[in-house]
Ligand binder design. Structure first.
Ligand code: PLP
Length: 239
């Protein structure tokens, strides 16, 4: 990795932080309450370390094997590691004890599997519930109307702690962008918070990526997950 690539990552992070500050100011919010998580998929351990040295405090990985490979290389040292991708129940065991937060819990079945593995290791695993806010056939996550009963069921498991909600809205094509989805997420988040369930603490509303994080901040997001704007376009042909 060249010095220039390192500088690019640093400049990118500074620019994103300035945009977060601006979006927060417009919304009358404190920018410090908005966490910037680097979505590190397809980026080498060295590039992840460059981002951490430039101020990134949260990393999110999408694939279990990729996370384990980079974990071995100490890629995430100095940052908090989270999981943000599709997770199969048989791979849960590899994550427990390594990640502080599993953001992508889109079913009661997966939540239960996480609770079971965490209990085995005598741990309590923090999770976010993923909502399929665009009701997309191909996407995982609970539908809004399934949310309350799922959270109630999972809140009964002592080795799990629900810390909030996560969503990946559809690719924006209409003029309104993703604002209606983000607003709906905010309502769901507030609605769960007032239920005041045991083991449920609504701390994180994780939404907003490279193309829409300012909109998400306007709607109350306090964790944005950004890949492309930090690392540049991912090269899917030569990983
Ligand atoms: C890749 C990814 C992101 C970041 O996407 P960009 O558009 O590159 O910023 C955010 N969240 C999840 C779950 C991702 O997989």
């Amino acid at each position: 990795m060249t010095e220039q690539e390192r500088n690019t990552i640093k400049t990118n992070i500074e620019e994103i932080q300035a945009r977060i500050d601006h979006a927060a100011a417009l919304a009358g919010r404190d920018p410090k309450e908005i966490l910037l998580l680097a979505a590190t998929k397809m980026n080498s351990a060295e590039r992840v370390q460059a981002a951490i040295r430039s101020g990134i405090r949260y990393c999110g990985e999408n694939k279990v094997q990729e996370l384990l490979d980079k974990y071995e290389q100490d890629a995430y040292a100095g940052a908090d590691l989270q999981f943000i991708g599709t997770l199969q129940t048989n791979k849960v065991k590899y994550l427990i004890g390594k990640v502080s937060l599993i953001q992508s819990v889109g079913s009661v079945h997966l939540g239960k599997a996480i609770a079971k593995e965490a209990a085995k290791k005598d741990l309590c695993q923090d999770i976010l519930i993923e909502v399929n806010i665009g009701r997309e056939e191909a996407k995982s996550g609970l539908l809004p109307e399934e949310l309350t009963s799922a959270v109630e069921e999972l809140s009964a498991l002592p080795s799990l702690r629900i810390r909030g909600l996560m969503a990946i809205p559809p690719i924006a094509d209409q003029e309104t962008g993703n604002t209606p989805y983000f607003q709906k997420m905010r309502q769901l988040y507030d609605g769960l918070a007032i239920l005041d369930l045991p083991n449920v603490k609504m701390d994180y509303l994780s939404m907003g990526m490279t193309d829409d994080f300012e909109e998400a901040i306007a709607c109350g997001s306090n964790m944005i997950r950004v890949g492309t704007a930090i690392f540049g376009k991912r090269n899917y042909s030569t990983p």
